[in-house]
Design a protein around this ligand. Structure first.
Ligand SMILES: [Mn+2]
Length: 359
């Protein structure tokens, strides 16, 4: 595996490439053109500029998170072919610049959903949290304004103000789309893009829905082992793979994370590893990466990745806000750096003990 950190670009991120370069063992960044709109073609020049900026800092681009999929594709609207053509052009340009991993999601209307961005934990750190009670009590249009004040002045992925102004309209677009239709639209999209992925050896890594169940009555399909295996079988190409995100699949306690990892051997192209602390089955908060701080066995998660021969990029996912840092919630430097160091430590121990057993 390669340890990486997500980076939103110099214009948007409070964390610098220089700081990332100094985290032990981090050699790559997961980059994006953060101001590109869904459906827009990413020009080769812009991608090259980004690549050169990252390389000048002694790092490289390990993958893109995300190239967003336009709502016309997700809803199967008549103009979807035009947007798929744009997506293909973006993939071509990424491939020509030597980028071979693209994370994306197929979530309707909202990306990840949290009800609090700064819940205080006993140690004084603040974290993102979710409580079903709050979602049930809220109109979807009010979701954005209820968390906006805690965004620390940053723009959070999937929660762009201009998008949130259109929430009602977006709900209307998805009114006729149920789970079966969403699967069909995903299949249509994947079948169209696989040839360009084959040509440039681009691994597509779908990110799970977060949380892994339906919110506000919207369909959600990338939620569990059964659905993800269905998605891989319906377009059976090794480039059609997944981002294994422990914090997203793990929102549903019925998802057995190490077992899911083992069932996805060869198709996990990217891993997000973080820990959650459950206070009840419908209330969870993000925890430090350390197993004992949350509800997951992080050793077993890393061991499963090791055992299936995972060799793609991995990144610590959301971190807590600690040490008075001000940053995009979940994306500060300090706790993600601690997370990377911890995950690297687990990996080294697993690797060495496995070598010893083998020899
Ligand atoms: Mn994730």
């Amino acid at each position: 595996m390669e340890m990486t950190l997500r980076w939103y670009g110099a214009a948007f991120d409070t964390v610098t490439l220089k700081q990332i370069r100094q985290i032990p063992g981090v050699t790559g960044v997961i980059a994006t053109l953060y101001d590109a709109k869904p459906g827009e073609v990413w020009s080769r020049e812009k991608i090259r500029g980004l690549r050169e900026e990252v390389e000048a800092a002694g790092l490289h681009i390990s993958g893109i998170e995300s190239v967003n999929v336009h709502d016309a594709i997700k809803t199967g609207a008549s103009e979807r072919d035009e947007y798929i053509a744009h997506y293909i052009e973006t993939l071509e340009n990424l491939g020509k610049e030597g980028i071979h991993l693209v994370c994306y999601n197929f979530m309707p209307v909202f990306d990840w959903t949290r009800t609090e961005l700064a819940r205080m934990r006993p140690d004084g750190s603040t974290v993102l949290a979710y409580t079903q009670k709050a979602v049930d009590a809220l109109e979807p249009e009010k979701m954005f304004s209820s968390i906006e004040k805690d965004m620390n002045g940053t723009v959070m992925p999937g929660w762009e103000p201009e998008r949130m102004q259109r929430v009602k309209e977006l709900f209307e677009m998805y009114r006729q789309v149920d789970e079966e239709k969403l699967f069909a639209h995903l299949k249509y999209f994947l079948e169209k893009i696989m040839p360009v992925c084959d040509q440039y050896d681009i691994n597509m890594a779908i990110h799970p829905d977060d949380p892994a169940w339906s919110v506000f009555g919207l369909p959600r399909i990338i939620t569990n082992q059964k659905n993800i295996l269905r998605m891989m079988r319906m377009v059976d190409n090794p480039h059609n793979g997944v981002t294994f995100c422990s914090g997203s699949y793990g929102t549903n306690p019925e998802n057995h994370l190490p077992e899911m990892i083992r069932s996805l051997k060869g198709r996990i192209h990217f891993a997000h590893v973080r820990n959650l602390k459950f206070n009840s089955p419908t209330d969870f908060e993000e925890a430090a990466h350390l197993s004992s701080d949350g509800s997951f066995d992080m050793y077993e998660i890393m061991k499963a990745l090791y055992d299936i021969g995972f060799n793609g990029p991995i990144r610590p996912d959301h971190g807590r806000m600690i040490w008075d840092e001000t940053a995009m919630p979940g994306y500060g430097l300090y706790d993600r750096a601690l997370g990377a160091a911890y995950l690297n430590g687990l990996w080294e121990a697993i690797e060495k003990s496995s070598d010893r057993r083998a020899s």
